[in-house]
Structure formats: C-alpha cells, structure tokens
Design a protein around this ligand. Structure first.
Ligand SMILES: Cc1cc2nc3c(=O)[nH]c(=O)nc-3n(C[C@H](O)[C@H](O)[C@H](O)COP(=O)(O)O)c2cc1C
Length: 387
C-alpha cells in the first residue's frame, strides 16, 4: 500500500489506473487552460500568518453549510461521468462523503442515477441540475430528486453552452468508451478498471437514458446533450425552477459582482463563486481572486461558497479566511476515486481535513468558524486592477 501524504499522490495513481480518456476529461480546462491553471496558482500567492503561544487544544473544523451540520465546510462538487472514473463512482463518492460528514452533490450527468445513489446511502445528498430545453424532462428530474430525498438543489448557471476542451475531442470522449484501436490499447494497461466496469450494469448516463424522450441508447445521447442544454436560461426561468423545486437552492457559477447581487436578491440559500473549474470561459479570473469582491458585495445577504483549484486543506483555510462559508472540491476527490475507489475519496477527505486542522493550529486558530482575513498575508495587488 503506497503512503499517501497529499492529493498529488492520489492524482498520480488516478493517472496510472484510469483510461486516458477519463483522466484527461478530469484534468482539463477549456481552450488554453489559463483559468484552470490560475485557479490553483492564485491560491499559492496567498500566505498564512503564523501565530505562536496560543493554546491549541480542542480544535474544531465543524461548521454548517446552508444550515446543515458538516464535519468540515468542504462539500463534494457535482462531477459528470464520475462513474466512468471508477465503476459505480457516484455511489462510492456519496458513501465516502456520508461517512465523513460532508455533503455530496450528484450531477445531472452522472452514471449512477439519483435513485441508485439514494438506495446506496442513508442520508440526504444534494442534486445538481443542468437546465435542458425539454421542460418535461427537467420537471420530472426535479420530482425524482425530491422523491430520492435530496435536501438541496444546486442549479448550475455557467454551462448552457459547452466550453471546448481540446483533449476530449482528440480522445473521442464517450460513456461507455467506443472501442477504437487507441482505446483498446489504452484499456489493455488499465485492466483493473475494466474488470470492475464489467461487474456493474451502470455504464451510461443513469439520470437520462430511459427517462428523457428520444434517448434510448448512448449513440443518440451525445447529440441529445449537445442539443438539449437550454441556451435561453435566464433569471425568469431560474425563478420558475426555484418555485417548482420549493426547497433549498444553491446557485452555482457566479463569478461577477453584478450577477452575485442579482442572485442574492433571488432568495437562494447560497451562491457558489465558481468558473466550473476552468472548464467553461477560459480567460475568466480565478475563483479565489473573485471571492473577496463578491463577499464585499453580498456577503451579508447570502451564504457564499466557492470552488475551483482547491488541492489542499490550506487552500480551504484560505478560502474560508477570505469569507467563504463553505467550499467544494471537484478534482481532488476524483483523483482519490480514480486511484482507490471509495477508500480513495475517504483518503482525499482525510488529507484535506488533516492539512486544514494542522494549518489552523499553526495559525493560532481553534475554530474553523473564526478564520478571517487576520490569518492571511495577501499581496497588495492580489485582486488586481481590471478595467
Ligand atoms: C471532470 C469534471 C466534471 C464536471 N462536471 C460537472 C457537472 O456535471 N456539473 C457541474 O455543475 N459542475 C461540474 N464540474 C465542475 C465542478 O462542479 C467544480 O465546479 C469544479 O470541479 C471545481 O474545481 P476543482 O476541480 O479545481 O475543485 C465538473 C468538473 C470536472 C473536473
């Protein structure tokens, strides 16, 4: 058993174990990948303020996100095709999150369906919705999520048109993979992945196939998704969905103060400052850089969450100290899942928790809720002056 000390270790294992098409799908941003890189590198520009001679016994990372108790304010972000990184990936990730006491968010574009995940867990999870043109499908998806006991709806606003990720086109990404010669040669070295995949019936989009009109198989699915995301999604349609859902709502993909003000007036429980992990608008600023102005704009009106670039507990600490009430990890747990399945997701969460706890102590803080700007050293030009 290798000694895993950091998220980077899990990423190396993920790369070795998982077909290239799916590792690349995870490890890519759109176009030049500038925003994808900035999400991580901007965290590195922020430093921590060391404090000594502070009693550090009795530390706690416990907090709440949208009123829900969490063992640390780090949720698992919605990630499409998770069940292709590892057989039954969504079920495994949801179970690991439940055991750790953090929220799990299931993507619309998951392989395991909302019903599958509900049957394999004992506590409510969150459901992420992509808004499609087919209102009937969207409404029935909301009903299914309600029936499955989902306790929050995460509405993604930054993907009505797909950002181009070069690697996915070059690799011919599909679920399940099409058996071309390069794919077969790659799979020959990933037999552990293949053997597990053969054991599960879940190999395509579980929320969609058999539920949406005109989608009976995966060949039609690719064209269906390209055609189906609703390019006319606007605040009016969001209001309809909010009313239709009637439960807790989180708006994901806010990266602009004006949009944040609009979202805050909207009656959502939380907004997620996010650029979709650098997978949508390449050239947008990193999430951590946009967090402070958005906190200043609406931090007293709505709970602010953030994601993008979190690869350690120190990154979580920095985001919380800058005013986020909660954070999400995407790739960090997918690396764990691809590396070691459910145990790998648990390991990713443990690594992040430990880094957060130790760093808090060395910053002289006992309570995660007390973190603030006083814990950070931020370069004066960090936010930059953009005209
Ligand atoms: C492989 C992959 C698939 C994703 N799929 C979805 C999705 O289905 N729905 C969604 O709202 N966001 C999706 N995201 C974005 C994540 O929810 C999250 O915003 C992002 O991963 C955060 O950045 P990080 O990976 O650097 O932590 C995806 C991200 C990745 C890496």
């Amino acid at each position: 058993m290798p000694v895993i000390t950091c998220i980077e270790d899990l990423k190396r294992m993920h790369r070795r174990r998982t077909p290239r098409m799916f590792f690349d799908y995870c490890e890519s941003g759109s176009y030049s990948e500038q925003t994808f890189r900035d999400n991580c590198s901007d965290f590195q520009k922020i430093r921590l303020r060391q404090k000594v001679a502070v009693d550090m016994l009795g530390r706690s990372t416990r907090s709440t996100m949208i009123g829900q108790e969490v063992s640390m304010p780090v949720a698992l972000a919605p990630v499409g095709l998770t069940g292709m990184q590892c057989a039954d990936g969504e079920i495994k990730a949801a179970r690991a999150a439940e055991a750790f006491g953090v929220p799990y968010t299931l993507s619309t574009m998951s392989i395991c369906s909302v019903e599958d995940v509900a049957a394999a867990t004992t506590k409510p999870f969150w459901f992420q919705l992509y808004v499609m043109k087919d209102e009937e499908f969207v409404d029935s998806m909301l009903e299914r999520a309600k029936k499955a006991g989902c306790s929050a709806l995460v509405l993604t606003l930054d993907l009505q048109i797909l950002g181009q990720r070069h690697k996915d086109l070059k690799n011919g990404l599909s679920a399940p993979p099409k058996m071309t010669l390069p794919v077969m040669m790659d799979l020959a070295t990933k037999w552990g992945w293949g053997l597990e995949m053969l054991k599960t019936p879940r190999r395509t989009f579980g929320n969609i196939v058999g539920h949406a009109k005109g989608v009976g198989d995966t060949t039609s699915l690719a064209s269906w998704t390209a055609e189906q995301f609703d390019p006319q999604l606007d605040w009016g349609k969001i209001a309809r969905l909010r009313d239709k859902w009637g439960g807790k709502l989180i708006l994901k993909g806010i990266l602009d103060e004006e949009d944040a003000r609009r979202a805050a007036d909207f009656g959502a429980e939380a907004i997620i400052v996010s650029n979709h992990g650098g997978r949508q608008l390449d050239g947008a600023l990193s999430s951590i850089r946009m967090l402070p102005p958005i906190v200043r704009a609406v931090g007293d009106q709505v709970e602010i969450h953030m994601d993008g670039g979190i690869r350690s507990g120190q990154d979580v600490l920095k985001a919380l100290a800058m005013g986020a009430k909660g954070t999400y990890i995407g790739r960090s747990y997918i690396y764990g899942l691809g590396a070691m399945g459910e145990a790998g997701v648990r390991r990713a969460l443990e690594v992040i928790w430990k880094e957060l706890d130790v760093s808090m102590a060395l910053c002289g803080e006992k309570d995660v809720k007390a973190l603030g700007p006083h814990n950070l050293l931020v370069p004066q030009d960090f936010e930059g002056r953009w005209a």
